[in-house]
Write a protein that binds this ligand. Structure first.
Ligand code: GTP
Ligand code: SPV
Ligand code: MN
Length: 592
């Protein structure tokens, strides 16, 4: 019996169940008993491997197909009524055609399988920020991941009542045929259909498909924002906590910044960092006129390689129980997991991520896939914020944009005002990473880190940012900054130590928000005076000269960049907000 009488849900499910034709239908209630039972079943079929219960209690390993290890941007579509509405940065398909094609792929694809129906909430159940979704899937892996990443349970249905405001999600594994893989969003229909994949961002439909692509569209219509942003709180020695939201592209340091451990000197003074979210922020104006953010997720789907007790101990500790590891290396000696950058001792008796024997002695074959990930409950995180469950969210002092850029972008700079800040976000560029299939290390424009995730025309999304700014009093609007941890020297080495030391930059950012420190006005915005970035404890790693080089604004490079921004903007025709065109003119004049 269905645990709801909501007609819109029952009708949709009835229709989709007829389409995919499962042997059995199971509602997911999120209970421990049910989760245990599904884990056992997945271990029996080999879909999951139970890991050492003493070292990694309730942890599992899963391997995806070798052709299915990352998001597939080329096969991700925004199926809006017109191509214009999807805009030049999205793939578009006519909704009627898309439905027809997807239904023909999905037809009877659950034969011999079970349909799992997952009612879930993005955001704390009942919060005014939150939204409900239902995902139907034929994958236990998806069920178990959704039970970590979202709030799953029948209370979501109770809260929803008879409302039609819920996101429909249909996932069909089919036979993981890469040629028939499609990730389709229908923003106007609150609908997502994903076929022929079993990988994270393609199939955990609450995450990128709903909480960013569909939600960004909803937010535009309803006056709020869905952003690819971490949320962190910085607690100063007086015990005051200020919150920052930061947008970096995939695998560019959100999880790391969100969980950072202050450098020794800061720790001694009493600084602390609290994690509210590591990937997605939903943002709306509060009654006091400030912007508030929640993390709609309930867990972390984090990049494994490079995570270690030095770079991100909080993330590593978060993965010690109740975690699903995907595409990492399996250490057969003690039935645990390993990845590049965990430590310097690759296991000698192991299986690499595809399941083939591996002895850790070759550099050519990696133990873990570069985009291997952990799915870990947020409540495991040693630095999880006390505000994590706060239905009102946390007040934002600053927005930070940033990407991977070996050259050009300084370590940090501040925009002159809100509209200039929106411009700074819109011109973000970053080197591509393994988070999506395709070439790695190619610089591309990735506005607000939303290039793969904006559910409508990016120019309209920028307009939405501008419009939000118009509703904010200037003393309440978050200040907007840009950072770049990835600037390289002539020899190709990172110039900034990064990770925990990034707090030194956050300190400057928060001081700027309070008006407590001066800055140098340059062609691109406000840049710190070198003496205002605290280098205590890292003087032998970062000299004042190299800091000055990282803070440098090279006019010729910016003039070139301005040309490329102009070309990028041209793709949007006259949809570009006038405010942003004006900012581009200012930049061109400044760097002439
Ligand atoms: P998604 O989950 O894909 O959205 O990514 P994310 O932004 O959360 O990425 P994450 O924090 O997992 O970043 C992973 C990569 O960034 C790893 O290769 C890290 O080593 C690298 N990284 C993170 N912070 C820093 C930093 O401050 N400096 C340098 N040089 N590398 C960093
Ligand atoms: C990203 O690629 O930005 C991620 C991982 O956070 S995924 O959920 O696969 O999109
Ligand atoms: Mn992400």
């Amino acid at each position: 019996m269905a645990p709801t009488t909501n007609k819109s849900i029952l009708e949709w499910l009835d229709d989709k169940i007829k389409l995919v034709n499962p042997d059995k239908v199971v509602w997911i209630d999120g209970s421990n008993e049910q989760i245990e039972q599904l884990r056992a079943e997945a271990c029996k079929t080999g879909e999951m491997i139970k890991l050492n219960d003493e070292l990694l209690p309730d942890c599992y390993l899963h391997r995806t197909a070798e052709n299915d290890v990352a998001r597939v941007e080329g096969r991700t579509f925004i199926c809006a009524p017109t191509k214009e509405e999807a805009g030049p940065t999205n793939n578009w398909m006519d909704p009627a055609q898309a439905y027809e094609m997807l239904y023909s792929i999905a037809k009877d694809s659950y034969k011999g399988r079970t349909a799992y129906i997952i009612p879930y909430s993005m955001g704390p159940v009942g919060s005014q920020f939150s939204k409900a979704g239902i995902e139907m899937t034929d994958s236990i892996y998806v069920v178990l991941n959704m039970c970590i990443m979202t709030r799953v349970g029948f209370n979501v249905l109770d809260c929803l009542g008879d409302s039609n405001d819920w996101v429909r999600g249909l996932h069909c594994k089919c036979d993981i045929d890469a040629e028939k893989r499609y990730i389709c969003q229908f923003p106007q229909d609150n609908t997502i259909i994903s076929v022929n994949s079993g990988y994270g961002g393609n199939v955990l439909l609450g995450k990128k498909c709903f909480a960013l692509r569909i939600a960004s569209y909803q937010g535009r219509n309803e006056g709020w924002q869905a952003e690819h942003m971490l949320i962190l709180g910085v607690e100063n020695p007086k015990g005051e906590v200020k919150y920052i939201c930061a947008a970096f592209p995939s695998a560019c340091g959100k999880t790391n910044l969100a969980m950072l451990i202050p450098p020794e000197g800061y720790k001694a003074k009493g600084y602390k960092v609290w994690t509210v979210g590591d990937d997605i922020a939903w943002i709306r104006k509060g009654e006091d006129g400030r912007l508030y953010a929640i993390n709609p997720e309930n867990g972390f789907f984090g990049v494994a390689p490079g995570t270690n007790m030095k770079s991100n101990p909080n993330a590593l500790l978060t993965t010690k129980k109740g975690t699903i590891f995907t595409n990492v290396c399996h250490n057969l000696d003690n039935n645990t997991v390993w990845w590049e950058g965990l430590d310097k001792n690759p296991p000698e008796n192991a299986k690499e991520w595809t399941g083939k024997p591996w002895n850790g002695k070759t550099d050519e074959i990696k133990g873990a896939h570069p985009n291997s990930r952990f799915t870990a409950p947020a409540k495991n995180c040693p630095c999880i914020s006390s505000e994590f469950e706060n239905p009102q969210g946390v007040p934002i002092s600053a927005f930070v944009f940033g990407g991977r850029r070996a050259k050009l972008a300084p370590l940090v700079y501040q925009s002159r005002n809100w509209n200039h800040g929106v411009f700074v976000g819109s011109i973000m560029a970053s080197e591509t990473t393994a988070a999506a299939s395709g070439a790695v290390g190619v610089v591309r424009r990735d506005p607000m880190a939303m290039l793969p995730f904006c559910g409508y025309n990016m120019a309209d999304y920028w307009q939405h940012w501008i419009d939000i700014g118009k509703t904010l009093d200037s003393d309440k609007a978050p200040k907007i900054f840009n950072v770049n941890w990835f600037r390289k020297d002539e020899d190709g080495n990172f110039m900034w130590p990064g990770f925990g030391d990034n707090l030194r930059v956050l300190e400057w950012i928060l001081k700027r928000c309070e008006g407590a420190v001066d800055a140098k006005e340059t062609e691109i915005g406000f840049v710190p005076y070198a003496q205002d970035i605290n280098l205590e404890g890292i003087e032998d790693e970062v000299t004042v000269d190299s800091l000055n080089a990282m803070l440098g604004v090279e006019k010729e490079l910016w003039a070139e960049d301005a040309k490329s921004i102009e070309e990028f903007y041209a793709k949007f025709g006259d949809r570009i907000p006038a405010e942003l065109s004006a900012e581009l003119e200012t930049l061109k004049n400044n760097v002439k």
